[in-house]
Design a protein around this ligand. Structure first.
Ligand code: ADP
Ligand code: MG
Ligand code: MG
Length: 205
């Protein structure tokens, strides 16, 4: 699996689910999450042919810049923060094994938390990502392969996403709704789940 192919799959899944993500954001936000992300990931997809000679660290930092300059909204800055922190980890490694990926992902989550000050259980993108990362780590710690790690992550991300229905939002726009945010999925938890699913499927091919 070529590394840039994985990123292409992420761009594709965001584009394919643009309306779905926007619809989720219409229920508890301002109805732009899919449009926001698609704008950024379309730019990334268009730049992929120019990234073939970049290191993994450079690819992530380029993606961060493209998201920062093209995605309006909280999610653009949050995903960009994740990519910047992930890039810093990758810069110190030449081989990308499962443990390096885990360290990278852990720092990406840290980047989201530094930027957005949210913790698990506030109905944000962290609610699919943190359980997914934990499942990934558990799987690779028991000698699971990268693709087995992401398969476990995908399942936990989906469970985490579904659990956001039962959470009252305390961060982001949805927090303005208080209890009325109950019964709805978090759009950012959905986009994070879709990205993890795209990686998992790309690795399984
Ligand atoms: P905006 O709310 O500015 O319109 P988007 O609609 O693109 O931005 O993104 C909304 C998503 O961003 C939410 O569903 C949530 O998952 C995520 N989000 C918002 N605030 C935070 C935060 N402080 N920490 C983590 N994620 C957040
Ligand atoms: Mg929005
Ligand atoms: Mg907005």
């Amino acid at each position: 699996m070529e590394r840039l192919e994985i990123i292409k799959s992420i761009c594709q899944v965001i584009n394919d689910n643009k309306d779905y993500l926007t619809e989720l954001d219409r229920e508890i936000g301002d109805g732009d999450h899919g449009v926001n992300l698609a704008r950024g990931f379309e730019k990334i997809a268009a730049e992929l042919p120019n990234m073939t000679n970049l290191s993994a660290a450079e690819v992530l930092s380029k993606m961060a810049m493209l998201l920062m300059s093209n995605v309006g909204g909280a999610s653009g800055a949050l995903y960009a923060s994740a990519l910047i922190k992930g890039s810093a980890v990758l810069k110190t490694h030449t081989t990308l094994d499962a443990q390096v990926i885990a360290d990278t992902w852990q720092q990406m989550i840290d980047g989201i938390q530094l930027r957005g000050k949210a913790v698990l259980g506030e109905k944000t993108m962290l609610d699919s990502q943190i359980p997914a990362y934990q499942a990934f780590l558990a799987e690779i710690s028991q000698a699971g392969s990268l693709s087995q790690g992401f398969a476990a992550a995908e399942q936990s991300a989906l469970n985490g996403l579904n659990a956001t229905r039962d959470i009252i939002a305390t961060k982001g726009r949805a927090s303005y709704l208080g209890e009325r945010s109950l019964g709805h999925l978090d759009p950012g938890a959905a986009s994070s789940y879709l990205m993890i699913k795209a990686i998992s499927e790309a690795l399984a091919e």
